[in-house]
Design a protein around this ligand. Structure first.
Ligand SMILES: [Cu+2]
Length: 338
């Protein structure tokens, strides 16, 4: 028992009490955290020490009365300016790391994450689905595009120091560049019902050779012995094998989208999908937006929310008619039509 506790203390002391640093962002957060921690220690000692010192030094003494002090300008300037400067430093430092954390570099490898009570599902560009485990390349930026099938969840990888809410009805993203190969724990960090605490998944960072093998459809050898509880599935039902975009194209045919939309740039009843992603679209009410995942999702689930200029509001709403993985496939197809 003592050995165990001593071991724990020692291990935590070595890591500064924090989990392993699996990304550069993790190191950046830890430095900022260390700064905040030692700053707090410094002021704790200064304030509590001062309090005790003054309480003792100016304790009640018979026949002694302290003179009445009404103000001290230099003291007031000091206690205004120093905390202001410190707060500005903390703000800009935090903002700088936060920006690096939320802005994925262009060209990051995209993985779709679907959260549901109580599991994590991952969808890759090649059309594969994994449950409870996800494979990512080492030293390459990876962007997770996440949605929820039911309630609010939160995708948390402690080793990478990234965490993001996963919200039903919209996409949120998180990105990282993993630098430490092997297994990393994924948690759900938002209470989401009975089995919330069991909503776990394993993230495996693969070294280049292994990553190539995984892309070719082989399960990495290092993982087989890792005791992962997850499983890899070929897509089922409407999602036959093929790239994610390929699955999306097939879905568009079966769902009747291609009756009104083309993929070659020619308008039909509705606008063509070709080249819309990342570009500006104008609406009948004169407003406009840049086409991204959330806009596309809204256009499909609730087409009348924003009606594209030059077209009639005749598209039927598909809300509730497409599963999360089907929606992901459709978006992948639209995105592939550059
Ligand atoms: Cu959850």
């Amino acid at each position: 028992m003592f050995d165990f506790m001593f071991g724990l203390v020692l291990r935590n002391a070595q890591a500064g009490g924090l989990p392993l640093q699996g990304t550069e962002i993790a190191a950046k957060w830890d430095t900022l955290y260390g700064f905040l921690f030692w700053l707090s220690v410094f002021f704790f000692i200064l304030i509590v020490g001062g309090m005790i010192y003054f309480a003792v030094k100016y304790r009640h003494q018979k026949g002694h009365r302290t003179k009445y002090i009404t103000g001290n300008h230099s003291l007031e300037i000091v206690w205004t300016v120093i905390p202001t400067v410190l707060l500005l430093v903390i703000f800009s430092w935090g903002y700088y790391v936060y920006r690096a954390m939320v802005q994925a570099p262009p060209g990051a490898y995209e993985i779709r994450v679907i959260a549901k009570q109580w599991m994590w599902q991952f969808q890759y560009d090649d059309g594969r689905l994994t449950l409870g485990e996800v494979f990512v390349p080492m030293n390459q930026p990876v962007k997770m595009v996440m949605s929820s099938e039911d309630v609010l969840h939160s995708f948390f990888i402690p080793n990478f120091r990234v965490k993001q809410d996963v919200v039903p009805g919209m996409y949120t993203t998180v990105w990282f560049e993993a630098t430490v190969p092997g297994r990393h724990q994924i948690f759900c960090a938002e209470y989401c019902g009975t089995s919330h605490s069991e909503m776990l998944a394993n993230l495996y960072v693969l070294e280049p050779g292994e990553w190539e093998a995984w892309k070719k459809g082989k399960k990495p050898t290092s993982v087989a012995s890792g005791g992962g509880t997850g499983s890899t599935q070929a897509p089922t039902g409407a999602l036959a094998l093929g790239g994610l975009a390929e699955q999306g194209k097939k879905l568009m045919t079966t769902k009747g989208c291609l009756a009104c939309h083309s993929d070659d740039g020619s308008p039909k009843v509705g606008p063509s999908y070709k080249g819309i992603y990342g570009h500006k679209v104008e609406f009948v009410d004169g407003s406009s937006t840049t086409v991204d995942d959330n806009y596309l999702r809204e256009s499909i689930e609730n087409p009348q929310a924003k009606v594209v200029k030059g077209f009639a509001p005749v598209m039927p709403p598909f809300k509730g008619l497409l599963s999360e993985d089907e929606m992901n496939a459709i978006l992948a197809y639209i995105k592939s039509l550059k």
